[in-house]
Ligand binder design. Structure first.
Ligand code: TMP
Length: 229
C-alpha cells in the first residue's frame, strides 16, 4: 500500500504525525498531550518512537545509543537507523494506520536526514535513496519541529539523565559536542524551509501549556478537529 497524505475534513483516513527536534526539546511530554487531545476528538491514537519501538528495534536502539559505541562508523549508524525504521513501518506504523488509528511518532526519517546527513556529514542524496527503499512512499502528514537553543536543550537532557529519568546507557548523542547539536538544529530549520507545508516549527522555549497550544491550534486548523475537552 502506498500512503497518500489524506484529506481529513469529516472522517479523516490516515493521520501520521511526527515530532522532531534536538535533545531536551520536550517532544515526549507533548506527544502525550497530543494523544489525549486526538482521542478527545474521537480519533484513536497510537504513540511510537524511533529508534526502538519493536522487539528488534529495541536491540538496534541499544547499539545506537550506547555511549560505549564511540567507534560506530557513521555509515553503520545510518543503516542501523534505516533497519529500525523498516521494522517500525512494517510492524507498527502501517498496521496502525490501516486500522484507522492516528500514529504519532517520536522521530522519523527527518531525524536521519538531519543527524546523519547535516550533522555527521553523510551524503544527503544517499540518504534520500535509502529512504526511497525503506519508506515505500510513507510521508508524515504533519511534522512538528521543536525548535530550541541547544544550550537549553542539552541542559534539560542532562538533567533528565542525572535525575534518572533517562538511562545513562542511552546518552551517546547527548555526549556529542555543542557544535554537533547546533548543526542538528540548523539542519532541521533547513528541512522546514524545504517542506513548509508539512513541517511546522514549534517554539519549544515557552511553557509546556504554550507549547501544546501551538500544536493544538495547528491540528485544529489543518484537520478541522472538534474536541470534547
Ligand atoms: P531519543 O529517544 O531521545 O529521541 O534518542 C534517539 C537519538 O537518536 C537522538 O539523539 C537522535 C538520534 N537519531 C538519529 O541520529 N537518527 C535517526 O534517524 C533517529 C530516529 C534518531
Amino acid at each position: 500500500m502506498k500512503h497518500e497524505p489524506a484529506l481529513f475534513k469529516n472522517g479523516f483516513k490516515f493521520m501520521f504525525i511526527t515530532f522532531e527536534g534536538i535533545e531536551g526539546s520536550g517532544k515526549t511530554t507533548q506527544m502525550e498531550h497530543t494523544r489525549r487531545y486526538l482521542e478527545a476528538c474521537g480519533k484513536p491514537c497510537v504513540t511510537t518512537r524511533e529508534p526502538g519501538d519493536t522487539r528488534i528495534g529495541r536491540q538496534i536502539r541499544k547499539i545506537l545509543l550506547d555511549p560505549e559505541n564511540r567507534d560506530l562508523a557513521p555509515e553503520a549508524e545510518l543503516f542501523l537507523y534505516a533497519a529500525d525504521r523498516a521494522q517500525h513501518i512494517r510492524e507498527r506504523i502501517r498496521p496502525a494506520l490501516e486500522a484507522g488509528h492516528a500514529v504519532i511518532s517520536d522521530r522519523f526519517s527527518d531525524a536521519t536526514t538531519v543527524y546523519q546527513g547535516h550533522a555527521r556529514g553523510l551524503d544527503l542524496s544517499m540518504i534520500r535513496d535509502i529512504h526511497t527503499q525503506v519508506l515505500e512512499g510513507l510521508t508524515p502528514d504533519i511534522t512538528f519541529l521543536f525548535d530550541l537553543d541547544p544550550v537549553v536543550g542539552l541542559e534539560r537532557a542532562w538533567a533528565a539523565i542525572d535525575g534518572g529519568k533517562r538511562p545513562t546507557g542511552e546518552s551517546r548523542f547527548e555526549q556529542e559536542t555543542l557544535a554537533f547539536h547546533e548543526k542538528v538544529r540548523k539542519g532541521y530549520l533547513i528541512l522546514a524551509e524545504e517542506y513548509p507545508e508539512r513541517i511546522v516549527i514549534i517554539d519549544a522555549s515557552v511553557s509546556e501549556a504554550l507549547v501544546f497550544e501551538q500544536i493544538r491550534s495547528t491540528l485544529e486548523r489543518r484537520f478541522s478537529l472538534v474536541h470534547s475537552i
